[in-house]
Design a protein around this ligand. Structure first.
Ligand code: SF4
Length: 420
């Protein structure tokens, strides 16, 4: 391979182009909304700049870069695994810290997401990453956002250093079960990946002020034949046991020379994010999620509407009397609009869909499931149609008129930002 021969022969800008524009199919924090073109009027910066949505609706540029794209592992979904014939190079800690600070001083980036291939073992790789971040924090006094990838197998005291330095850390769990992981990443195991995640959780409990953006992880979807049901069960466990800030889902796309499965359609990833949103913000638990026979989330209807259609006994719901938790279960009503309804209805009974629309309610969806001062403005056929868990939803969709089809439109809020 000619690739190793060029190690050390590139300048920092060349390295940045290579290590900052790597195929990040296994590192998707913020995708799809956060990887985007620079804002209008701003020139393209060097490689590695990704735009990430953060709290408050802001969009900030991060340098997302690898310490090295040399890797001794053979994860079969990964574009830089040890079998790939690609150009390889590495940053030294001083070099990467200097490159980042130059970009930060030129206001090209406001934060860093540092990941890496595994070169020379987990401890050696982690040491170089930690040294980079220590230079930034301790010598350069950089206090902005840093997301640091942990190397499974690195010593526990390295994890403590990482948690003290970074705003966010992550280990990618990659697959929904240990068996599925073995199929796509032969040198990884749950026994290797879970302990550092558990150690992070212990450190969070011991030092509550640290790691303000929490711990995240990622699952590759569809490479190992796992079902949506298995994926969401794992996600629920991660949220419950490890207080994971967020689980990301990366739809599998074959990399050159390795086709584990057909490419996964974006809709499957989208439905998983919607179901994940239900777990995190809508008070749903995994057993409540609606799965079809075989364990798929419905593709023709979003999971919240699917759940509502399976529970006609809960609807229609009187908006002027429902609790916050009940309102959250109504398709078209989210946490913000539910809170606004509660705030305003003490002074005023809602009787008009336009009033709900002004509060941010998606009324074409919600009207099928609510009463407004005793009046039902939806189509009674929808809730009258008996349904059972596992019924396909196609028949329902076909039975609706064009106006009601809007009920099935995707809930775009399900992809709302959550980075830092
Ligand atoms: S450890 Fe696996 S996923 Fe990470 S860079 Fe190496 S081959 Fe890719």
């Amino acid at each position: 391979m000619f690739l190793c021969a060029i190690l050390g022969c590139m300048d920092s800008e060349d390295k940045l182009q290579l290590l900052g524009t790597y195929d990040a199919s296994y590192d998707v924090e913020g995708r799809p909304r956060t990887v985007r073109r620079p804002p209008l009027g701003q020139k393209n910066g060097p490689g590695g700049i990704f735009y990430a949505d953060v709290s408050g609706g802001r969009c900030v540029p991060l340098l997302r870069v690898l310490m090295t794209n040399v890797c001794e592992n053979d994860c079969r979904y990964c574009a830089i695994n040890c079998h790939r014939q690609i150009r390889r190079t590495s940053f030294q800690p001083e070099e990467l810290a200097r490159t980042f600070m130059e970009m930060w001083q030129r206001r090209l980036v406001t934060g860093l997401f540092l990941s890496s291939g595994v070169a020379g073992g987990a401890a050696k790789t982690a040491e170089r990453m930690l040294t980079t971040v220590e230079i930034l924090r301790q010598r350069e006094r950089f206090s902005g956002y840093i997301h640091l990838k942990l190397m499974p197998g690195q010593p526990a005291d390295y994890i403590e250093r990482a948690v003290a330095l970074a705003d966010r850390v992550s280990v990618n769990l990659e697959a929904a079960t240990a068996e599925h992981l073995a199929r796509i990443a032969p040198r990884k195991s749950y026994g290797l990946l879970l302990p550092p995640m558990e150690e992070v959780r212990r450190l969070q409990q011991r030092y509550p002020g640290q790691l303000r953006a929490g711990q995240i992880t990622q699952l590759v979807v569809g490479a190992a034949g796992e079902s949506d049901q298995q994926i969401m069960e794992t996600s629920q466990g991660l949220y419950d046991r490890l207080a994971m800030r967020r689980v990301y889902y990366s739809a599998y796309q074959p990399v050159c020379g390795e086709e584990l499965a057909p490419p996964v359609p974006p809709l499957r990833q989208h439905r998983l994010y919607q179901a994940d949103w239900l777990l995190r913000f809508y008070g749903f638990r995994f057993p409540e999620l609606p799965f079809e026979p075989g364990g798929s989330l419905p593709r023709d209807v979003d999971p919240k509407a699917a759940w509502a259609l399976l529970h006609p006994e809960r609807f229609p719901l009187e908006v002027n009397r429902a609790t916050y938790d009940e309102l959250l279960r109504v398709p078209g009503i989210g946490p913000v609009s539910a809170r606004r309804i509660l705030q305003l209805r003490s002074a005023h009974a809602f009787g008009d869909l336009k009033e709900l629309a002004r509060l941010g309610v998606a009324v074409k969806r919600a009207c099928q499931f609510v009463l407004l001062d005793g009046r039902y403005l939806g189509d009674r056929r929808l809730l009258a149609q008996p349904r059972a868990v596992g019924d396909p939803f196609d028949g329902l969709r076909a039975g609706l008129d064009p106006v009601q089809l809007s009920l099935w439109s995707d809930n775009v809020q399900a992809l709302a930002p959550a980075v830092a």
